[in-house]
Write a protein that binds this ligand. Sequence first.
Ligand SMILES: [Zn+2]
Length: 86
Amino acid sequence: MPKLLTNRKLLACGSCGWVHYAMTDDEKADLDGALVRYHLNDYEREIYEAEFRQCLRCESPTTVFRQATEADLTRASGHIVTPVLV
Ligand SMILES: [Zn+2]
């Protein structure tokens, strides 16, 4: 497990089981700050925001996410765990 993910809240998608980690508000603010120079329009901004509110793999909303189990984590060990904002 990458060091970044220790003591993290890990969530699994309720539809496909893809594992995501819960991003903190501070991390989201950092990302937002890094994005300022791209001058996104409203539409692009909406897409950017939506990416953090759904499953990267199947696009299920974070409302169907559940606490990740040992089995989820074992399965996730081969792929990159993705941040979500919950
Ligand atoms: Zn999914």
